[in-house]
Design a protein. Structure first.
Length: 564
């Protein structure tokens, strides 16, 4: 791999080379640096609470001291069962500063999934909040002896909210305030604890981020301080190179869940590192997003489902987007037609890029100078190498233009999954991580993903990519959302089935009408063989459209049919 001679080097801005050295840093160190540089600037706004960078550092230090006083440090696992709240920042940075490893749980996880993550990771301490039924649900883990301690952040501390729920009580359950007070009593005060904070190495495990729940239980990607921090550095070098970095000036609208790698690394950590104000929200709704933009938000990173909802909001094209300096979409491919409609309304190209939990999540980005490349995932970010390997031989690199599996190298890439030795051996080829994404690299070094390896349909001997079919269906004016999966076909082996949510007020869509619309857009082997109209399509806990439930439904339907 010669990054200096990478095929994509010509599209880089002057002065920036793909061949940069990403050195990394302890992730929690960015709090200290931000407090020294922007002490009085707002770090985060959440409901009625505004916290400066100086205040953030003070509270993170108190949290780290409390962990250390509780005997939690290097080698220990601290699980966070938190929605978007200031407690996430305090517990995340505080645990890392104490030398511990954070384990992210999702507030939308089923109880069985939470039990799996706790058992798999070895976490015996959980931090949550009394938002909704989270705290009472987590209290059951204590009662069952599945964890040793539960720390519950008081949701009411940030102002009145209809989301605030009950606060459980037990001997090994403490409020966040009680937890902090325990760290400043006894043999160690906070100032004494500051002197005893451990040295954290770049290759120390910072985060266990669970992913890949499409089959079986989720697996924990092991992300070190080096992995996460070099990911942030790569993004920042890219932004600096194109002159779009405005340190200490942005107000970033954050609905993305902090328990997901996209919201955590790409947004929250970069905001703290660069002195931006985080406008933090627990739940997304398009009306709140539009109001925040009109009130002065300058950056809005979203996922396709958020942008689709905004584009479906009546009158969205007439709203005032003048404060927006940058907006983007990640986490999943944004339909090209939606990107076009949003560009017409906002004046901004939603260029986006690609990454995964296993890459912390830096991967690729579309240069802001190349809006003509919407539909690709862009080129690799600085310090990262990617190529395309054969589906039947992942050691064989394919030439530009040929379709295969994307492989990625870089200091941001995980070393593997916790407790999954066999899967780890299958996930790497010659040191590169096999992404499971099928695509190709064009003559300029831009990568295009045509589908996930596990989602590919083989119809009549041809490879058929559901994502391509979805993009074409999105061009239909009555379609709001669509998912395509493979179903058994007596003649072709497999065929495509489309699940569609129509726009409000749209006429009913039939399979024949859809196929007529797609006649000039798809080949005969790619045409959907079935269509199902739904009021809503399933989503993952982080809001992505999800095919898993649809596949399960189709399998159950076939099982029932066979039994009858």
């Amino acid at each position: 791999m010669d990054l200096a001679a990478a095929p994509w080097r010509a599209v880089y801005p002057p002065g920036l080379s793909p061949a940069v050295e990403l050195k990394g840093f302890p992730v929690h160190a960015i709090v200290d640096e931000a407090a020294a540089t922007w002490p009085d600037k707002e770090a985060v706004v959440f409901r009625d609470r505004r916290m400066s960078f100086s205040n953030l550092k003070t509270e993170v230090d108190r949290t780290a001291a409390a962990f250390i006083s509780s005997g939690i440090g290097r080698g220990d696992r601290v699980a966070l069962l938190l929605p978007n709240t200031i407690y996430h920042l305090l517990a995340f940075f505080g645990a890392l500063k104490a030398g511990a490893t954070v384990v992210h749980l999702s507030p939308l996880d089923a109880p069985r999934t939470i039990l799996h993550k706790l058992s798999d990771s070895g976490a015996r301490v959980v931090v949550t909040t009394n938002m909704g039924e989270l705290a009472t649900g987590a209290a059951k883990l204590v009662a069952a002896g599945l964890i040793d301690r539960l720390i519950v952040g008081e949701d009411e501390a940030f102002g009145p909210s209809p989301l605030t729920g009950p606060m459980p009580e037990a001997s090994n359950i403490s409020t966040f305030r009680q937890f902090l007070e325990s760290g400043s009593q006894g043999s160690e005060s906070v100032s004494e604890a500051l002197d005893s904070f451990p040295e954290v190495g770049l290759d120390d495990l910072a985060l266990l981020q669970y992913t890949g729940g499409t089959t079986g239980m989720p697996k924990g990607a092991m992300l070190t301080h080096r992995n996460i921090s070099t990911s942030i550095q790569s993004y920042d070098l890219w932004s600096d190179g194109f002159g779009s970095m405005r340190r200490g000036r942005e107000r970033v609208l954050l609905f993305l869940p902090l328990f997901h790698i996209y919201g955590l690394s790409t947004v929250m950590l970069r905001c703290v590192l660069n002195g931006h104000t985080i406008l933090l929200h627990t739940r997304f709704d398009p009306h709140t997003a539009l109001a925040e933009i009109e009130a002065g938000a300058t950056i809005f990173p979203g996922v396709p489902t958020m942008w689709i909802a905004i584009a479906a909001t009546p009158g969205f094209e007439k709203r005032d987007y003048s404060s927006l300096h940058n907006c983007g979409s990640g986490g999943a491919p944004l339909p090209v037609e939606i990107a076009r409609r949003l560009k017409a309304a906002t004046g901004h190209d939603l260029l986006g890029g690609w990454g995964m939990t296993e890459t912390s999540p830096a991967g690729t980005n579309i240069p802001p100078t190349r809006p003509d490349k919407v539909g690709t995932i862009g080129v690799p970010l600085p310090g990262i190498w990617m190529d395309v390997v054969a589906l039947d031989d992942p050691a064989r690199v394919l030439p530009q233009g040929e379709t295969g599996e994307l492989r990625i190298f870089g200091p941001n890439v995980t070393s593997g999954y916790l407790n999954r030795d066999e899967e780890n051996r299958a996930s790497f080829s010659n040191g590169g991580f096999l992404t499971g994404d099928i695509g190709f690299m064009d003559e300029e070094g831009f990568f295009t993903i045509v589908d996930r390896k596990k989602d590919m349909i083989i119809s009549g001997g041809f490879n058929v990519y559901p994502q391509l079919i979805e993009q074409m269906i999105y061009e239909h004016p009555d379609v709001e959302e669509v998912l395509v999966i493979g179903i058994p076909d007596a003649y072709r082996g497999e065929a495509a089935k489309a699940f569609v949510k129509l726009r409000a007020g749209a006429a009913q869509l039939t399979l024949d009408r859809l196929r007529a619309f797609l006649k000039d857009r798809l080949g005969r082997h790619e045409m959907p063989a079935a269509l199902e109209i739904r009021d809503a399509l399933p989503r993952t806990p982080v809001g992505k459209l999800s095919k898993l439930e649809l596949k399960q439904e189709e399998e159950a339907r076939r099982t029932t049919a066979r039994a009858s």
